[in-house]
Every structure is written in structure tokens, then in C-alpha cells.
Design a protein around this ligand. Structure first.
Ligand SMILES: [Fe+2]
Ligand SMILES: [Fe+2]
Ligand SMILES: [Fe+2]
Length: 415
């Protein structure tokens, strides 16, 4: 059966991945979404507009996968590095029909109100963009106080910081709505983790269900693969290469077309959990120390956590979350062995290792065909990868090398 899922549910689940970039503060996008939706309600926006601004809030940092950039953005009131990230976010969404309307507000969500007025940015873009900026800056001012239990003590100084920027950074009308709604305790107490979770559930139940087509799911997974891959120059086409190799291996091993389609999505999303790994660990050219290794190894578990909330993605979450499990049971995070590992998870493991070996990195070239073949053969001999999958790989090495490097399809020129 072709893959089926509700697009909003997929988007809400994947927004969890974006929030992981905050490393130990993993709710920035959600808080911005909730605050923006509350302001929109205070201005009597329609339910559709409230839902739109909420979704824009949870996705507004879609261009940010670097933990360092996230830190700048959430700790400095104005950061000169922000245009590269708003541009990337815009570019990711502009051609994806269901979310294309968000592209321009994302592009402008770090532009001051007076500048947008001067440049003649249309109100349909400027108002949502500025509401996100306003909530984003409120969250930056509050970020350090959420865990101290002193949110309410902090609200007056935050309201003051916003008020003095009325008409310059922020639209006067939006500031008025914010001051009105934020006079109430509930506005702030909603930012506590348990209240946030409840709000997310309420919003998820509000919208009209939207059955995504397989092509839309594929496109959305592709967008998130680009976010993960953009995190490090070491991995700039990794997820997309893994997806291609895995889908092709699936075909070679006789899997049904629908399974190969799901395998492709699992490949695109398998390293989502890496969004939580600090840049300096991911970018380290040499071996990791023990603590760094522990942080790194949590990523496949995180991937599973993100994907488990999507009805219809049961297989995908299992395969993607198991790409570091080994046939002998010595992998992670569950240490399950070959007997419990579906063939698709074993395929994904082979595709993952193979792509990483043949990808060029800033400090070294990818392995040659012969060297990669030999390396994979050694892994197979020692029982660390599945034998049948390993044999299929060896029998089609040149073709799979091209797939891993995105050299064999239309995606190559986009790389
Ligand atoms: Fe933000
Ligand atoms: Fe991984
Ligand atoms: Fe990977």
C-alpha cells in the first residue's frame, strides 16, 4: 500500500527536530508559535490565520541547523549573521506548495518593521513576519528565565524592551496586541513545558486533516534532509545519497516499489536526530572522545522519537531509528540483532556506511570504488553488516557509488 500520512501531523513531528537545534533548550519554535497564535487571537484573526501563524512560528527557524547559529539567534537581540539563515529557510519552502506561503514571511522575519515599510513589503508578508520577529525576540529575552521558575518576575522588563522598539523594530499594532495579551499571567505560564505540550495537542486537533500525497511526503522529507545535511560541510549530501543508495538496494533485493519509496524517505530522515549534536562534535575531523561519542550516538534514538508521532510512519521510524543496529546485536540504541532487524533497516545501515565512506570531506577525498568495495567487504566478513545486502552492494558497486554521490539523477545538479 502506498504511504499515507496527515501533512500537519508530519509537520508538527518534524518541527520537534528543528527545536532540537537548541540542544538543551528544545522548545524555541513551539514557544514562538504559541505566543504568536495568542497575539493573533487577541487581534481577532480568523481560525485559519491563527493556525497559519502558529505553524509559521513552529517552522520559522527551518533554515537553522547549526547549534552555534541557533545560540546567536536566541541569545542576541540583533545578530548580523541572520540573513543567511532566513534566506536558506525561504529557499527550502518556496517550491513546496503546501507551505510555500511561509517562504516570504520567513525571509523577512529578522527585518525591522520600519525597514519593511520603507521597502514597501506587502502587509500579507510584513505582518506575519513581524509578529514572528516580535515573539522571537520576546523568547530571546525570556530564554534564560524559563528554567529558573521566575518567568513572571521577568515579564515587566521584557514588555518594556518591546515597548521601546514600537514603530522601529515592531509594528505598533502588533506591539499593542502583545501588551494587551501579555498583561495576563497565562500568556507566560503557557511557556512551561507541560502547558506547551497541551497547546500543541489542541492545535493539532484544530486544523482540517490533509492527506499528503506520496510525492508531497517525499518532497517534505527531502527538505528536512537538506536541513540536516546543511549542518556540517562533512555531510552536505549525506542523507540524500543514503536515500538513493537504500532505495536502489531495496530494488535489487526485490522489495516492492512502495517499500522502496518508504525506504527512500527513511534514508532522507535517518539522521534527523543529529540536529541536536553540537556543531563542534559533528565537524571534528579526528576521533571523538568518550563523552562526544555518547552525545553523537544518541542521534538515532532521537530520530525514532521524532518520527514515532506520525501515524503511517511506523515502518519508517523503525528502519530510520535502527540504522546503527548491527546484525550481531552490538549496535545502538537497542542492541537488537539480525533476527529482529527488518531487511530495510539492514539496507539502511549499509547505505549509511557506504555513503559516508565515498563522500568527499573537507579534509579528505571520498574513498575510491576499489577502496570502498574492500572496506565494505571487510565489514561483511566480520559480520557487522548483513551478508545479502553486502553482496548486492558488491555486485553493483559503480552504480551505487554514483547514487551515493548523487551523480546519477536530476538531484545531482541540485547538490
Ligand atoms: Fe527563532
Ligand atoms: Fe546516523
Ligand atoms: Fe547517516
Amino acid at each position: 500500500m502506498p504511504i499515507q500520512a496527515d501533512l500537519r501531523q508530519v509537520i508538527y513531528a518534524l518541527s520537534d527536530a528543528l527545536d532540537l537545534v537548541g540542544v538543551d533548550d528544545i522548545a524555541h519554535g513551539k514557544r514562538v508559535g504559541v505566543m504568536a497564535a495568542e497575539c493573533a487571537k487577541a487581534m481577532n484573526w480568523s481560525q485559519d490565520e491563527v493556525l497559519f501563524i502558529f505553524d509559521l512560528g513552529i517552522l520559522h527557524d527551518i533554515g537553522v541547523s547549526s547549534t552555534a547559529a541557533h545560540h546567536h539567534l536566541t541569545h542576541q537581540f540583533e545578530w548580523t549573521g541572520s540573513p543567511a539563515y532566513t534566506r536558506f529557510g525561504h529557499d527550502l519552502l518556496k517550491d513546496f506548495c503546501p507551505l510555500a506561503r511561509m517562504a516570504l514571511p520567513i525571509l523577512y522575519h529578522h527585518t525591522r518593521w520600519d525597514v519593511m515599510v520603507r521597502e514597501g513589503v506587502s502587509p500579507q508578508v510584513a505582518i506575519p513576519a513581524n509578529l514572528i520577529l516580535l515573539m522571537d525576540r520576546v523568547d530571546a529575552l525570556m530564554a534564560q528565565h524559563y528554567t529558573s521558575g521566575k518567568i513572571l518576575q521577568q515579564r515587566d522588563s521584557t514588555r518594556h524592551e518591546i515597548t521601546i522598539r514600537k514603530g522601529s523594530y515592531f509594528s505598533p499594532r502588533l506591539v499593542d496586541a502583545f501588551l494587551q495579551i501579555s498583561a495576563h499571567e497565562s500568556f507566560w505560564l503557557r511557556m512551561e513545558p507541560r502547558a506547551l505540550a497541551g497547546y500543541m495537542n489542541d492545535m493539532a486537533a484544530l486544523g482540517t486533516p490533509y492527506a499528503a500525497t506520496p510525492a508531497e511526503l517525499q518532497q517534505l522529507a527531502e527538505i528536512f534532509a537538506r536541513i540536516v545535511d546543511a549542518k556540517s560541510p562533512f555531510t552536505f549530501t549525506h542523507s540524500r545519497g543514503v536515500a538513493q543508495v537504500a532505495a536502489r538496494l531495496g530494488q535489487l533485493l526485490g522489495l516492492a516499489p512502495e517499500q522502496c519509496e518508504k525506504l527512500q524517505i527513511a534514508g532522507l530522515l535517518h539522521d534527523l536526530g543529529k540536529l541536536r549534536v553540537p556543531d563542534e562534535i559533528l565537524d571534528k575531523p579526528a576521533g571523538l572522545d568518550q563523552n562526544e561519542r555518547l552525545l553523537m550516538n544518541a542521534h538515532s534514538f532521537e530520530t525514532k522519537q521524532i518520527l514515532r508521532n506520525i501515524d503511517g510512519f511506523e515502518d519508517i521510524q523503525l528502519w530510520a531509528g535502527s540504522h546503527h543496529e548491527e546484525p550481531g546485536g552490538l549496535g545502538y540504541p537497542d542492541g537488537i540483532d539480525a533476527a529482529q532487524l527488518p531487511i530495510e533497516a539492514r539496507i539502511l545501515r549499509v547505505a549509511d556506511i557506504f555513503q559516508a565512506m565515498v563522500q568527499d570531506r573537507p579534509y579528505r577525498q571520498g574513498l575510491s570504488l576499489e577502496a570502498a568495495g574492500l572496506f565494505m567487504h571487510e565489514l561483511q566478513k566480520s559480520g557487522r553488516i548483513d551478508a545479502a545486502v553486502g553482496q548486492a552492494l558488491q555486485a553493483h558497486l559503480p552504480e551505487l557509488l554514483a547514487a551515493a554521490r548523487l551523480e546519477d539523477s536530476a538531484t545531482a545538479e541540485a547538490a
